[in-house]
Design a protein around this ligand. Structure first.
Ligand code: URA
Length: 416
């Protein structure tokens, strides 16, 4: 195969054959095709797109580049993927909840990058929680508990690991076929029966418009169908953060409230909207698992199985206590009109809750909680949120950013 010809054909808008794509990905994974040729290929795809058949071939090749889960016959194997939002702690609740319904959930997650947080970082705010499991360890835990939450192993979709790092530095991340293949290759390597995708759109999301979110959702559903996996999608606007907390440990604390039947209503609703697509039981049954302590018990079992101590969970706010925790007060009276998820994500990143590049560490303690929600009435001097910061300089910076993110309408309360 002559790689320059393949790149030129894609540049000129030709449809490539499945075999050609398979060979390209295998050669890239083994190092035969260098990064500079793969960058050119990714840019050609960015501009010319891919047909459904090409996208499916790319996904299949990337999935086949490493190890896959192999499940013995048994209950349905299901998972959820979110395209990433601000304050999105849904996975922490959904995985144990769906396991309560008798499903097996082999959830392979990622770390936060840019303004969106990552499930692995959040889980690591539980002391001792080990996300580095081998597929053999994961399979044993899945058979026993029905749920495992872990990171990608070295041998899990290595083609995606390489290609994603390359896309990140070559301006080729926002391409629907490349995003589809990247996400779906990892999820399909979990060997699922059913997958639900939470496709976010808006200022705090990867997809800025509903139209783009619909296009991505349709592309992922088509690839799933091609591979014999039932894929459901739920589109969620990310106009404000999910729940009232943004930050690693702070989000785990909120997720635990939800697992105990409490927590913010919007978080519970998203969890149930997604879970009911894949769990094979009714919404009412899922609600009962949250309200009767079953989901919380399953989460405790998960924490214990992966090296944590469930007794630490009620103490997370003490374990990760930022040096400065202060309220930010409403400057005027009115109704909360806007809580800009994108700006809040930026502010959390500046505080150190996220990472600007993959090699950065994250601060588990910092972020925001008790965030006001859109539509709530508020009086001047009442708290709009609490800021958890490492230093006074960080606090001032976050307060200034949140001053722009949180807007209060000038209507008097009760006017509307
Ligand atoms: N998440 C991924 O895993 N891959 C992408 O390409 C984009 C988001």
């Amino acid at each position: 195969m002559h790689i320059p010809t393949l790149i030129s054909r894609k540049r000129d808008g030709d449809e490539l054959g499945s075999r050609e794509i398979e060979k390209l990905i295998a050669a890239y994974t083994s190092g035969e095709v260098p990064d500079y040729q793969m960058s050119a290929f990714a840019m050609a795809v960015f501009f010319k797109g891919m047909t459904a058949a090409e996208t499916a071939a790319l996904t299949r090749s990337m999935m086949a580049s490493g190890d896959r889960f192999e499940h013995p016959a048994g209950p349905p194997v299901v998972d959820k993927h979110s395209t990433g939002g601000i304050g999105d702690k849904v996975s922490l609740v959904l995985a144990p909840l769906v396991a309560c319904a008798g499903c097996r959930v082999p959830m392979v997650s990622g770390r936060g990058l840019g303004i969106t947080g990552g499930t692995l970082d959040k889980l690591e705010s539980i002391p001792g929680f080990n996300v580095h499991l081998s597929l053999t360890q994961a399979a044993a835990q899945l058979a026993k508990l029905g749920v495992v939450m872990m990171g990608q192993t070295e041998r899990f979709c290595p083609a995606d690991r390489k290609l994603y790092a390359l896309r990140d530095v070559t301006g080729t991340v926002p391409s629907i076929p490349l995003i589809t293949a990247s996400i779906m290759s990892k999820k399909l390597a979990e060997s699922l029966d059913r997958l639900v995708l939470d496709v976010k759109y808006g200022s705090g999301a990867f997809m800025r418009t509903k139209h783009d979110a619909e296009t991505l959702a349709a592309s992922m559903v088509a690839v799933g169908a091609e591979m014999g996996v039932e894929v459901f999608t739920v589109l969620n606007p990310m106009k404000e953060p999910t729940g009232r907390s943004v930050g690693n440990a702070l989000e785990v604390i909120e997720a635990i409230d939800c697992l105990e039947g409490g927590g913010p209503p919007d978080l519970r609703q998203i969890v149930l909207d997604l879970a009911e697509k894949i769990a094979g039981v009714s919404r009412e049954v899922l609600e009962s698992f949250l309200d009767d302590g079953s989901a919380r018990r399953k989460f405790d079992e998960l924490v214990a199985a992966q090296g944590g101590n469930p007794a630490d969970l009620p103490r997370l706010s003490e374990i990760h206590r930022a040096p400065i925790i202060r309220e930010m007060l409403a400057p005027t009276t009115g109704r909360v009109e806007k809580v800009d998820a994108g700006l809040i994500g930026q502010a959390a990143l500046q505080l150190g809750a996220g990472r600007a590049k993959a090699s950065d560490g994250v601060d588990l303690a910092v972020g925001f909680d008790r965030l006001a929600k859109v539509g709530e009435p508020i009086h001047a001097g009442q708290p709009l949120c609490r800021i958890h910061a490492r230093t006074a300089v960080d606090f001032d910076m976050a307060e200034a950013m949140l001053g722009k993110a949180l807007q209060i309408s000038s209507h008097k309360i009760g006017d509307e």
